[in-house]
Design a protein around this ligand. Structure first.
Ligand SMILES: *[C@@H]1O[C@H](CO)[C@@H](O)[C@H](O)[C@H]1NC(C)=O
Ligand SMILES: *[C@@H]1O[C@H](CO)[C@@H](O)[C@H](O)[C@H]1NC(C)=O
Ligand SMILES: *[C@@H]1O[C@H](CO)[C@@H](O)[C@H](O)[C@H]1NC(C)=O
Ligand SMILES: *[C@@H]1O[C@H](CO)[C@@H](O)[C@H](O)[C@H]1NC(C)=O
Ligand SMILES: *[C@@H]1O[C@H](CO)[C@@H](O)[C@H](O)[C@H]1NC(C)=O
Ligand SMILES: *[C@@H]1O[C@H](CO)[C@@H](O)[C@H](O)[C@H]1NC(C)=O
Ligand SMILES: *[C@@H]1O[C@H](CO)[C@@H](O)[C@H](O)[C@H]1NC(C)=O
Ligand SMILES: *[C@@H]1O[C@H](CO)[C@@H](O)[C@H](O)[C@H]1NC(C)=O
Ligand SMILES: *[C@@H]1O[C@H](CO)[C@@H](O)[C@H](O)[C@H]1NC(C)=O
Ligand SMILES: *[C@@H]1O[C@H](CO)[C@@H](O)[C@H](O)[C@H]1NC(C)=O
Length: 684
């Protein structure tokens, strides 16, 4: 009874507390709390006050805005009821009478906006780049205003945008419109918008992600100069070009256009002496190869189905600076006429055709910066006249049948960055006592799968500054080369890394530094100076006859990801310091005469045992053969510390690995953006 009564009291007290607290809560939340967030209100208020004449008419939306009231209740505003963020701003047909300002980031601060409608608001001036901060925007209506100038590049950040209205806008002065990489979420795009842009001379809608097939619907009234329609899923040559007379830049690459490049493109009045850039690469064009106008400066026709001999008429194109015919089926020999280009031809890429015969000496233009004739059947001597091309940066002749000694005169090329002689019949030593080989800018040195022989002095790699020092600083020439715009994606090399052959493309060149001398007949010791090349990522010296021990200086190569020393005659112990190379994800020491215990460390221990096989004296994990007690004792001292390091390493090493993969995998889709930006920057 007693206990029952006190229990009742406790229940009553609890009930009282509960109901009191409940009513306090109800009371506290009962007056209508301002939904509007302070920062959103400030931004709106600032926006309003930017327009001094606004609100003159009593019926205007901004006129009704009051600083001290809930901005979510203001005319033209819709908020998210949960968060109070301003989602819609609709001031359609208000007399704002002024420019949209960029400097004060007010519109840009309404960063949750999904819908912005400022049609017919008497706005003028340039569109602010801060519009690009509104990354949730799906709907942007700016028509019926007097905006001038270019659409800001930052509009490209509006990844959710599905509707952009600038149509009846008076963008009569708009001369350049770049909507590349605009993801319309596969919605329809009304191509009639371009009909109103009477001053438009430059249009880039590359990689426009739309359902519409626009080659039949796209029309332009203005005389277009520069037109980029890359990767737009076009299957026939755009007919509206027939009415264009001022075209000087045409990029229709990466589409599915079949058949021939139509002749009318060259017979348009006024066109013949004007077009200087034509990119028809990555389509399904067939012979006949177009007879190009003399004005052409840049021609890329790679990745098509052209065949037969390269026409000599190409030699009459004396403005040509860049010629890219890679990945077709051209046969016969390289025309003996390229010297006519003299110093103008800077890029000559003929990779992956069926070209044969010698490389004609007289076809080497001294202005060459990039030469790629890899994956053909070229034979005979290596063209010595290349020694006069002092600006040469990229030289790739992989997979041919060049039969020559090492081109020692390459040391006369101070800017050489990429040298790939892989898979040819080069022979003899690569070292001569007369002059040291130092390649200050070299970042890729691949002479694998040849018949080179001889020993390398221990200081062989001294003076290769680019591989030993840090950050790459492009000089003016490099900038100019990139400025032309095309060097980045035109470069392509097939290299071995981590046991796989892979294609290196685009900007991945900038992070990749490698030496591959595998598959030759080199003798003598591995030069100790290899330890100087601290930036190196891949080192392959396999399949040679190197002797002596593995230089401990290798442990200085802290960026190394892949090391192959297999199939040599190396002896002695594996340097324990190798266990500390944290990025070294792939290594192979098999088929040597190495001995002693395999060093500890996660990177080494995670290797396949085949990386250590066929070394009679090597013992310890991952090999099944255990070491005798004494040997293991000497290394166990460091083991614990190593393991801690290695765990950290395993985590870190994942990052560059993924990064590399990303760069290489995605470069094809990403280069274009940079490329166009650079191009327009260059010509603006
Ligand atoms: C709103 O008004 C108050 C006074 O009425 C003022 O202190 C405040 O700065 C104003 N806010 C803005 C954003 O103008
Ligand atoms: C908004 O955009 C401008 C220009 O595009 C930029 O400078 C600024 O940092 C951006 N602000 C925010 C908050 O993102
Ligand atoms: C390209 O267009 C065709 C219609 O011509 C369409 O069936 C196909 O899905 C489109 N491809 C892409 C990648 O948009
Ligand atoms: C050579 O071009 C063909 C198509 O013409 C392509 O399938 C192949 O992958 C290319 N090979 C290399 C090494 O680029
Ligand atoms: C390339 O051309 C040769 C004739 O020059 C022909 O035999 C071969 O089949 C062609 N290859 C391809 C892939 O079209
Ligand atoms: C290099 O150029 C000079 C001058 O134009 C010329 O005399 C010489 O023959 C050229 N060398 C080679 C190997 O072509
Ligand atoms: C290279 O050329 C020399 C002579 O010109 C010839 O003896 C040798 O067999 C050739 N090498 C190969 C691998 O064909
Ligand atoms: C090293 O080069 C040889 C060819 O010479 C190749 O078979 C091997 O896979 C390469 N090693 C690595 C780790 O890529
Ligand atoms: C590693 O590099 C440093 C210079 O950074 C050098 O002094 C040292 O001798 C190198 N170690 C080896 C083993 O080569
Ligand atoms: C190491 O190289 C040998 C000989 O070149 C090869 O048989 C083995 O598969 C390679 N191991 C790995 C893990 O690549």
């Amino acid at each position: 009874m007693h206990s029952c009564g006190s229990r009742k009291i406790i229940v009553w007290i609890l009930c009282l507390i509960f109901s009191l607290s409940h009513s306090i809560l109800v009371w506290a939340s009962s007056p209508p709390k301002h939904l509007c967030r302070q920062d959103q209100r400030d931004a709106l208020w600032e926006f309003k006050s930017e327009f001094h004449l606004s609100g003159m008419a009593a019926n205007e939306k901004t006129q009704t805005w009051r600083n001290n009231s809930d901005c979510c209740s203001w005319d033209g505003i819709t908020c998210d009821p949960k968060t109070g963020n301003v989602l819609d701003l609709n001031l359609w047909s208000s007399s704002l009478n002024g420019p949209l300002r960029s400097s004060s980031d007010s519109i840009g601060n309404l960063k949750y906006l999904k819908d912005l409608r400022l049609s017919e608001c008497n706005l003028f001036g340039k569109l602010p780049s801060s519009l690009g901060n509104l990354s949730d925007l799906t709907h942007l209506e700016l028509d019926g205003n007097g905006f001038t100038g270019e659409l800001p590049v930052s509009i490209g950040n509006l990844k959710q945008l599905t509707k952009l209205l600038i149509a009846s806008s008076k963008l009569i002065e708009l001369s350049s419109l770049d909507l590349s990489f605009w993801d319309t979420l596969r919605g329809d795009v009304d191509f009639s918008i371009f009909l109103h842009l009477k001053s438009l001379t430059s249009l880039d809608i590359s990689t426009l992600n739309t359902r519409s097939i626009f080659s039949s619907t796209l029309h332009m009234v203005s005389p277009i100069g520069s037109l980029a329609l890359a990767s737009c899923n076009i299957s026939e040559f755009p007919k509206f070009l027939r009415t264009q007379t001022s075209l000087f830049y045409l990029d229709i690459s990466q589409n599915q256009i079949k058949g021939q490049v139509p002749e009318w493109l060259w017979s348009l009045p006024g066109l013949e002496y004007e077009i200087y850039l034509l990119d028809i690469s990555s389509n399904a064009f067939k012979n006949p190869f177009p007879l190009l106008p003399k004005s052409i400066t840049f021609l890329s026709a790679s990745d098509n189905q052209f065949s037969g001999e390269i026409l000599k008429t190409i030699c009459q194109l004396d403005s040509l600076e860049t010629l890219v015919l890679s990945n077709n089926n051209f046969s016969g020999s390289i025309p003996r006429c390229f010297e006519k280009f003299n110093t103008k031809l800077t890029v000559l890429h003929l990779q992956n055709n069926s070209l044969s015969g010698e490389f004609p000496e007289e076809s080497v233009s001294v202005g060459l910066i990039s030469l790629d004739v890899g994956h053909n059947q070229l034979s005979g001597e290596f063209p010595k006249s290349l020694m006069n091309c002092t600006g040469l940066e990229f030289l790739n002749v992989e997979e041919n049948k060049f039969n020559d000694t090492f081109p020692f005169w390459l040391r006369l090329l101070p800017d050489l960055q990429f040298l790939v002689l892989r898979s040819n019949e080069f022979h003899g030593p690569i070292y001569s006592p007369e002059g040291s080989m130092s390649f200050p800018k070299l970042r890729i040195f691949d002479i694998s799968k040849n018949l080179f022989s001889g020993a390398l002095p221990s200081d062989y790699f001294s003076g290769w500054s680019e591989m030993s020092s840090g950050v790459y600083t492009p000089d003016n020439k490099q900038k100019r080369f990139i400025g032309i715009g095309f060097s980045n994606y035109l470069k392509s090399v097939v290299l071995a890394n981590k046991g796989l052959e892979m294609k290196l493309l685009g900007t991945s060149f900038n992070i990749y530094k490698s030496i591959d001398v595998s598959g030759n007949r080199f003798q003598g010791e591995i030069p100790k100076s290899i330890g100087l090349l601290k930036e190196m990522i891949v080192l392959n010296m396999s399949n040679n006859a190197f002797i002596g021990s593995i230089p401990p200086s290798l442990s200085n190569l802290t960026n190394l990801q892949s090391l192959d020393l297999s199939r040599n005659r190396l002896s002695g112990k594996l340097p324990p310091e190798l266990g500390k190379l944290t990025f070294l994800a792939w290594m192979n020491f098999s088929y040597n005469n190495l001995e002693g215990p395999i060093p500890q460390g996660t990177q080494i221990q995670s290797q396949d045992s085949s990386s250590f096989l066929h070394n009679p004296g090597l013992c310890g994990a991952p090999l099944p053969k255990t070491c005798s007690g004494g040997e293991e004792a000497t290394i166990n001292k460091d083991k614990e510390e190593d393991q801690v390091l290695s765990w950290i390493a395993a985590g870190i090493a994942y990052v560059p690995g993924v990064f590399c993969g990303f760069v290489i995998g995605h470069i094809l889709t990403s280069y274009r953006h940079e490329w166009f930006k650079k191009f327009f920057h260059y010509f603006s």
